[in-house]
Design a protein around this ligand. Structure first.
Ligand code: PGA
Ligand code: ZN
Length: 412
């Protein structure tokens, strides 16, 4: 007896910014399986097209469901191929990347249950990966840029608890640094400095530059007692402070050419224990990316987010140009689970590494936690440890760690 899809139904739910997004539930003999789409704030230009939630819901219920309901649940690769076929466009503009992703994730959960596997095990099987790895969390504990209502600003200052034996120890250290930082901010500037942004990190209005923010992180790490064990990372989201017309980057009141910006990053990396720079240059400044990778790629992770939009075509291009050495993997940038796996495999084949990432507008779906473990890539970026939609992912990782017990590996 094939495992049939009994019902497939989409609806609107709210995301962490209070905007509508789409959730789809698939019902099979094994139960109900839901998948939802997150929503970016500082999005890449070439991401899969996101339709308004109400339109996306209509597309799933009227254009996708009739092709799948009352039929056997297809294997994940077949399901995703069918979704792409039904859409038929390069950037998922007909049915919407958000519609496709919600169905694809729900289908992946239903498939895992049909095979009596944990979600991360099923993903590992799809990715042909033998090593289940709990990821090093990159915690964005000082929010800036678009996520904090600031202009001409570096978007994320993250802590990276790397030198730990287990995920839970790393998360514990990250959380301790987060609490130490809150205390420091409160003492310095009062309670208003401890208000948080879209990804749960603090937004102290007086700490305007990345140098000031990294200094605050240094103090917090020291107070928490984790010096030399916790490192730093930034996501510039530089497209947001690049003027294509003037060909210049603007941070606060300072203006930079691409060459000067690369030099600036090099100085920053000398002053602070920085391990990773994401979107250091604007998404179409390919020469700038090449210069940054050439100068710093041996020592640092040069992570492509808006540059690559999790799209195998751009990953190929960037590998050829040596424009970065790390893929930030966001399933909703590309639209299906199978394409996300393909993007990760392609990056690894290009001798890069991969970090699985949330979006600034999230749901409580913890799928990406299973994705990170199943792909075995060793790093994740799920925000600060204080908002429910971020905690859902961290708690899922804690759950997986305890399920795997002694078999749980950590980091890369
Ligand atoms: P977004 O930001 O989800 O708002 O696009 C996250 C990031 O830039 O990494
Ligand atoms: Zn980014």
């Amino acid at each position: 007896m094939p495992n049939r899809i009994r019902t497939l139904k989409a609806r609107r739910i709210l995301n962490s910014r209070g905007d509508y997004t789409i959730e789809t539930t698939i019902q099979t003999a094994n139960g109900f399986f839901a998948g939802s789409a997150p929503k970016g704030g500082s999005k890449g230009n070439l991401e899969a097209k996101e339709l308004p939630a109400i339109t996306a819901v209509r597309k799933v219920n009227l254009r996708i469901a009739p092709h799948l309901v009352k039929r056997a649940l297809p294997h994940q690769s077949k399901l995703d191929a069918r979704l792409l076929e039904l859409d038929g466009t390069r950037y998922k503009s007909r049915l919407g990347g958000n519609s496709l992703l919600s169905v694809s994730i729900a289908g992946c959960k239903a498939n895992a249950a049909a095979k009596n596997k944990k979600l991360y095990q099923y993903i590992a099987q799809l990715a042909d990966n033998k090593k289940l790895v709990l990821p090093v969390p990159f915690l964005n504990i000082l929010n800036g840029g678009k996520h904090a209502g600031m202009k001409n600003d570096i978007q994320e200052a993250m802590i990276v608890p790397k030198k730990f034996k287990s995920f839970s120890a790393a998360l514990g250290a990250g959380t301790a640094v987060f609490h130490a930082l809150r205390k420091i901010l409160h003492q310095k500037w009062g309670a208003s400095a401890t208000l948080v942004g879209n990804e749960g990190g603090f937004v102290p209005q007086k700490a305007k530059t990345i140098e000031q923010r990294l200094e605050l992180l240094e103090n917090a790490v020291e107070q928490a007692g984790f010096k030399k064990k916790v490192f730093f990372a930034i996501d510039s989201a530089a497209t947001q402070f690049y003027s294509a017309k003037k060909k210049q980057y603007v941070l606060g009141k300072k203006k930079f050419s691409k060459v000067k910006l690369v030099e600036y990053y090099a100085r920053l990396a000398k002053s602070f224990p920085l391990v990773s720079i994401e979107d250091g240059l604007a998404e179409n400044d390919w020469n700038g990316w090449e210069a940054l990778t050439q100068k710093m790629g041996k020592k640092l992770q040069i992570v492509g987010d808006d540059l690559l939009v999790s799209n195998p075509a751009y990953i190929r291009m960037a590998a050829q140009k040596k424009a970065c050495n790390y893929l930030l993997l966001k399933p909703n940038q590309i639209g299906t689970v199978s394409e996300s796996i393909e993007a990760s495999q392609l990056a690894l084949k290009s001798k890069w590494m991969v970090m699985v990432s949330h979006r600034s507008g999230e749901t409580n779906d913890s799928f990406i936690a299973d994705l990170a473990v199943g792909l075995g890539v060793g790093q994740c970026k799920f925000g600060a440890p204080d908002r429910g939609e971020r905690i859902a992912k961290y708690n899922r990782l804690l759950q997986i760690e305890s399920e795997l017990g002694k078999k749980a590996r950590f980091g890369i």
